[in-house]
Design a protein around this ligand. Structure first.
Ligand SMILES: CC(C)(COP(=O)(O)OP(=O)(O)OC[C@H]1O[C@@H](n2cnc3c(N)ncnc32)[C@H](O)[C@@H]1OP(=O)(O)O)[C@@H](O)C(=O)NCCC(=O)NCCS
Length: 164
């Protein structure tokens, strides 16, 4: 049986991560970071975290999250990308991230930003319980500071972790 797991990304994984992110297949699907931006998240700078998704013990993708608790904005999933899509890897990796986030103190929600035309990602998120949100005013500003504002043609989705 196939096993999917998460482990912290190390500096030695940088080549795998950037090659996957910048590949012809993926570069129009996902945001693009410099090596330094990835290294900052790998080192945990600014509350960022970087995880390698493994499938049967081999790197199969990665995800990046920001801890937004200081802004009462839960945890923000900045990016998730898998190499071989639609084989259950991304959904299982996200389920495992949710478990990790649930184990932390004071996290009200896990949230993310998705493009309106990304039906596959939205399906994966909805299946795990994420729902579209439109926080306004000061609440919206907290999400902006804890993560970032949604760009044109994008919206936020959120999974409630616990009432805080
Ligand atoms: C989004 C992503 C991480 C999901 O990981 P994955 O391993 O491909 O997803 P899974 O195999 O776990 O699940 C895919 C599901 O989407 C469904 N799906 C595929 N294309 C779809 C579409 N156009 N519309 C709706 N659902 C779709 C599949 O049927 C499957 O559903 P099921 O589990 O109910 O059968 C991965 O596809 C990816 O890396 N995409 C490119 C980058 C990206 O879009 N990242 C997210 C940015 S917000």
């Amino acid at each position: 049986m196939t096993e999917v797991s998460l482990r912290p990304t190390g500096r030695a994984d940088l080549g795998f991560v950037t090659a996957l992110e910048r590949s012809r297949e993926n570069r129009d699907l996902i945001g693009q970071w410099t090596d330094d931006e990835h290294l900052g998240a790998i080192e945990g700078r600014g509350g960022r975290e970087h995880w390698i998704i493994e499938r049967d013990g081999r790197p199969a993708g990665y995800l990046i999250a920001y801890d937004g608790r200081h802004e009462r904005a839960g945890v923000y999933l900045k990016r998730i990308l898998v190499e071989d899509k639609e084989r259950g890897t991304g959904g299982e990796a996200l389920r495992q991230l949710i478990e990790k986030v649930r184990a932390r103190d004071g996290v009200a929600s896990l949230w993310l930003i998705v493009r309106s035309d990304n039906g596959r990602a939205q399906h994966v998120y909805r299946k795990l319980g994420f729902e579209r949100i439109e926080p306004r005013g000061e609440e919206g500003a907290r999400y902006d500071r804890g993560g970032e504002p949604p760009g044109e043609g994008c919206f936020r989705m959120e999974l409630t972790i616990r009432a805080c």
